[in-house]
Design a protein around this ligand. Structure first.
Ligand code: SF4
Ligand code: SF4
Length: 450
């Protein structure tokens, strides 16, 4: 397997190229070197590489530009930026241009070998996620709460009230790509941590040791003692019980400027998908509306939408799904959380729910999906997205006061029971439609026929 992975190292210092080559070749990878970025670009046009390590500071084309140009030629290439310790800002910028990650200088053979293994594992995981996504619209299944700050694909920060203490940990993508965590060497309380620099050593299966970089600077106030007993808590609950340390920040405002907050990290992911041109037909990032989930949460019944962690239990239990595999409650929630407002409101799916409440019984997060879907329908109706079949039914009730015609047979039966006959020309709902605003809504409909 390893001999199939082709790696290119780009650095104007021959000694760096040589040592990266030596370390990774020994592990069985196929490694090539380029002392100039122009040479690297030529090589990329040829056979291409799975993974590129590039220095940032180089004469002529620098590392940032090289990342952008490699992504133009071979979007699927993973790139690791080799950078100085303190340049986290540039590291994040490199990642937003499509680099997979960064490795600070000086690095050890172990660190180099581990980041390579992580890049390969991430490739495998993303390939898996993308093949699932073909049917679900959901590009990745990584969980990223939207109230945290992120050093993307690495660490998170939860800022406490008063901003005197911030909790830090590693994010879902990172924990998934390093595998099962067996031990964590925690920092000492009272010690200092610096943004972008290692502060904890993470031991994972396969005897690999990874450095975890702190997303902020400050003094360690407390460490999570539970991790000494069970380091796997980070795998099980990376944003909750798996927190690593609490820090008294020294330059929080400045540090946060280098990180991504909440929704921004989701957009960042989607943008990377587009940079890598792997799913360009799926999501128009610019059209995403991050406020959509709050809009749903503000509707009666929609309050708990943000608690959904995409487990899929609702989809597994849904009887409508049994007969129509296009219908997928989890997909609807994921689209709504991603901010695909127009796609959700105009879709046919939201009208297929039979309101049986089965999913609510089983949702481990207490998301009341039936109410959530009603909240979404209410917004859809206000914006004129009413299916034509519903409009026809509303018209029947408005003009005749009922959905089904009354014929002589019904009236004969009523007479037998001593009831008065019913006349179809009742038209009694007209005034109700006007007073309730329903008439206006019906004329507003913008929904094209399905
Ligand atoms: S069961 Fe609940 S948490 Fe799981 S996907 Fe459905 S709504 Fe989300
Ligand atoms: S309430 Fe709707 S989504 Fe939930 S199980 Fe029933 S039909 Fe499916």
């Amino acid at each position: 397997m390893k001999e199939k992975i082709k790696i290119l190292v780009v650095d104007d210092e021959e000694v760096v190229c040589r040592s990266v080559n030596r370390i990774l070749s020994k592990e069985g990878y196929r490694v090539d070197e380029a002392l100039r970025p122009e040479v690297a670009l030529e090589k990329m046009k040829g056979a291409g590489y799975d993974l590129v390590f590039t220095d940032w500071k180089m004469p002529g084309i620098d590392g940032m530009e090289l990342i952008a140009r490699i992504k133009e030629i071979r979007p699927e290439t993973d790139i690791v930026m080799i950078t100085g310790y303190s340049s986290i800002e540039s590291a994040v910028k490199a990642m937003s241009l499509g680099a997979f990650n960064y490795i600070p200088k000086p690095f050890t053979p172990n660190e180099l070998s581990n980041i390579t293994a992580r890049a390969i594992e991430r490739r495998r995981l993303l390939r898996e996620e993308r093949s699932k996504a073909e049917k679900t619209y959901v590009i990745f299944e990584y969980v990223m709460p939207d109230d945290l700050y992120y050093l993307p694909e690495h660490a998170w920060v939860r800022v406490g009230e008063g901003k005197e203490v911030a909790e830090i940990g590693i994010d879902d993508v990172y924990q998934k790509t390093i595998g099962r965590i067996t031990k964590i060497d925690l920092p000492e309380p009272g010690g200092l941590v610096t943004q972008g620099n290692p502060y904890a050593e993470i031991h994972a299966s396969g005897e690999r040791i990874y450095q975890s970089f702190s997303p902020i600077s400050g003094m360690v106030a407390e460490v999570n003692q539970e991790l000494k007993r069970d380091a796997g808590l980070v795998n099980k609950d990376p944003y909750g019980k798996g927190w690593i340390a609490r820090v008294n920040p020294s330059s929080l405002e400045e540090d946060l400027k280098n990180l991504l907050h909440g929704d921004a990290v989701i957009k960042w992911w989607l943008k990377r998908e587009i940079i890598e041109r792997r799913q360009e037909n799926y999501v128009n990032v610019v059209a995403l509306d991050p406020k959509f989930k709050f809009e749903i949460a503000a509707e009666p019944g929609g309050e708990k939408i943000r608690s959904c962690f995409a487990c899929g239990t609702c989809t597994a239990i849904c009887p409508v799904r049994e007969i129509d595999d296009e219908y997928n409650p989890r997909k609807i929630i994921r689209m709504a959380l991603l901010g695909m407002r127009e796609e959700v409101l105009a879709s046919n799916f939201i009208w297929l729910c039979a309101s049986c409440y089965s999913c609510e019984e089983y949702c481990p997060q207490g998301v009341k999906f039936t109410e959530v879907i009603n909240a979404i329908k209410n917004i859809a109706v206000r914006e004129g997205h009413i299916p034509p079949s519903f409009i026809t039914q509303l018209e029947l009730i408005r003009t005749h006061g009922r959905l089904y015609p009354i014929d002589d047979f019904d009236n004969k039966k009523r007479k037998k029971e001593g009831l008065p006959p019913i006349r179809m020309e009742a038209g009694g709902a007209e005034r109700t439609y006007e007073l309730s605003g329903l008439k206006k809504m019906m004329t507003k409909t913008v929904r094209p026929s399905p």
